[in-house]
Structures are given as C-alpha cells and as structure tokens.
Design a protein around this ligand. Structure first.
Ligand SMILES: NC(=O)c1ccc[n+]([C@@H]2O[C@H](COP(=O)([O-])OP(=O)(O)OC[C@H]3O[C@@H](n4cnc5c(N)ncnc54)[C@H](OP(=O)(O)O)[C@@H]3O)[C@@H](O)[C@H]2O)c1
Length: 273
C-alpha cells in the first residue's frame, strides 16, 4: 500500500518586490497593483520587501493612490546584508523581483538565495558584469533547483530587445538580418530625471570595465556558428541609448535566450538621441 506523501507547501506569494521603496521600486509596485487580482491575471498574492517598514507602507499608499492601499499586500523586512532574511524571502515566493542596486554591490546574495531555493528571480540591472558573473557562478545551481534567473528587465534593455526580436522575425529564410540599428528618443513635458543609484551603477560599470574584460577572457569559449553559403550569421546590433550599455545588455540576453545562434557585435555610442 502506498503511503500518502505530505503535500509540498506552496509559496505564500506569487511575487515579492524587494527594494520596493526605491525610486524605481515604487513604480514597479504601482504597475503590480494594476494586475493584482485583476480578472485573468495570474498575480493573486503580492508582498513588498525592504529595510524600512515605514517606507514600504508609504510606498503602498503612494502606489495605490487615489484608492486606499489593499490590505492583502504584505510588508516584509529584509536586507541584502542579512542572508537569512533573503533566504526567508526566496522560500516564501514564486518570483522575487529585485529593485535593489547597484547590483554589483547588492545583487549577488539575492541571486544566490533564489538559485538555492529554486524561486524565480528578475531584476532591472543595467550592469553587464553583474549579469555575466552571476551566470558564471549560479547557472549550475539554478539548473539544479529549477530557478529561472532573468536580469536586465528595465527600460535600458526591454524596448531595444523587443525591437531587435521584432525585426528578426520579419525576415523570411534564407534571408536573415545582419544589421539592426535602434534609436530611442525621449520626450516629455516634464523634466526627464535619473536617480542617484542609476548614476552610481553607471559610474561603477565604467570604472570596472577591465574586470568585465577579465571575466570574459576567463570564461570557456563557446563555438561560433558555422557560416553556410546561403545564410549570414553576422548580426550587428547598434543600440544608441544613454551610455551605450544597452547594446551589451541586449546582446547578453539574446545570447542567453538563443545561445550563440547569432554573433553579435556591439558599437559603443555615448550619445542620447
Ligand atoms: N535598467 C534600467 O533601465 C534601470 C532603470 C531604473 C533603475 N535601474 C537600476 O535599478 C537600481 C535601483 O535604482 P533606484 O534609482 O530605484 O535606486 P534607489 O531609489 O536608491 O532605491 C534603492 C532601493 O534599494 C533599497 N536598498 C538599498 N540598500 C539595501 C539593502 N542593503 N537591503 C535591502 N534594500 C536595500 C532601498 O531601500 P531604502 O528605501 O531602505 O533605502 C531602496 O528601496 C539601480 O541599480 C539602477 O541602476 C535600472
């Protein structure tokens, strides 16, 4: 006779937003509330996490305005320097959405906690070295536990990436695209502002460019695709946005999504169009 197995406990939350009280985190909360318990939305349970309960409560009030804050959104205290608090978060959620940056300073313990618990992880980093280092260190663990680790889901990357993917799908074999140039134009009646953490992340990224090169040189080389007569594998992506890191991020993500099915070259272009 088979003995009944105890049911596997389900995580309490669909999503926990870590760093919810930050400049960007607040807008992430505002968007999440639009989907929370909306008809046909899979988002049924949400929690906000961070260092200060007071700030998180204020964030929830701000994000829900003009409605009153939903009373079924939990507030959890966690700090990236407090590993048990991260472990507890990752065991309570299906997806941890990490808005705490710069990621080269704060990101690794969060990725490590998710990779070891098996919960999914998503962030808005614009720091290629962080992404590549995390892939190098936690890929095997994440494969073992089934954790999906997805970085660079911010403005810096997603519009450019969607443009590249849309473009590649318009071509009919044997034609393939071999050059994509993307432009982003920002217009607003209000002032366009960046926050200090974004500036700090960019400065640290540029200051540590040599570490990124070292990391890349230290990784095992993946074979480039074989170029046949009738197909071109040279796929050039020029992304002319902000400090030029977008191109790198799009390429990192497309490499991760498609392996090396295409070879990507980055043009660095420090201009805002
Ligand atoms: N890729 C993109 O397009 C894009 C766009 C926007 C932002 N970003 C990136 O997102 C990151 C955040 O930017 P931001 O402007 O939102 O920063 P921010 O306003 O400084 O917010 C940082 C958040 O992290 C929290 N935090 C800081 N240290 C922590 C710790 N040790 N443990 C737990 N939480 C901690 C802060 O909590 P407290 O409230 O307690 O201080 C705050 O909630 C930056 O790396 C930035 O580059 C990327």
């Amino acid at each position: 006779m088979q003995t009944a197995q105890p049911p596997i406990p389900r995580p309490l939350y669909d999503i926990i937003i870590l760093g919810a009280s930050g400049f960007t985190g607040k807008y992430v909360v505002k968007e999440a509330l639009k989907f929370l318990n909306a008809p046909s939305s899979p988002l049924k349970t949400l929690a906000l996490a961070g260092r200060s309960r007071e700030k998180l409560v204020k964030t929830l009030q701000w994000a829900a305005h003009p409605s009153s804050p939903p009373n079924d959104v939990s507030v959890i205290i966690a700090d990236t320097t407090d590993l048990p608090s991260l472990s507890s978060l990752s065991n309570q959620t299906k997806l941890l959405l990490n808005c705490v940056g710069p990621y080269r300073i704060h990101g690794e313990p969060v990725v490590a906690a998710c990779a070891s618990s098996g919960c999914d992880y998503l962030d808005i980093t614009g720091e290629p070295e962080f992404m590549e280092e995390m892939e190098a260190k936690y890929h095997e663990k994440a494969m073992e536990t089934g954790s999906l680790i997805v970085s660079a889901c911010g403005f810096d990357s997603i519009p450019a990436e969607m443009g590249v993917m849309f473009n590649t799908r318009q071509w009919v074999a044997p034609a393939v695209p071999n050059h994509v140039t993307a432009y982003v134009s920002l217009e607003s009646d209000k002032r366009i502002v960046g926050n200090f953490a974004t500036y700090e992340s960019a400065v640290l990224g540029v200051a540590n460019m040599d570490k990124l090169q070292q990391l890349r040189r230290s990784r095992p080389k993946k074979p480039r695709p074989v170029v046949s007569d009738h197909s071109t594998f040279l796929f050039v992506v020029d992304i002319l946005v902000f400090h030029g890191l977008s191109g790198t991020l799009v390429c990192c993500r497309i490499r991760m999504l498609f392996g090396f099915s295409r070879y990507l070259r980055i043009l660095w272009c420090p201009c805002l169009i």
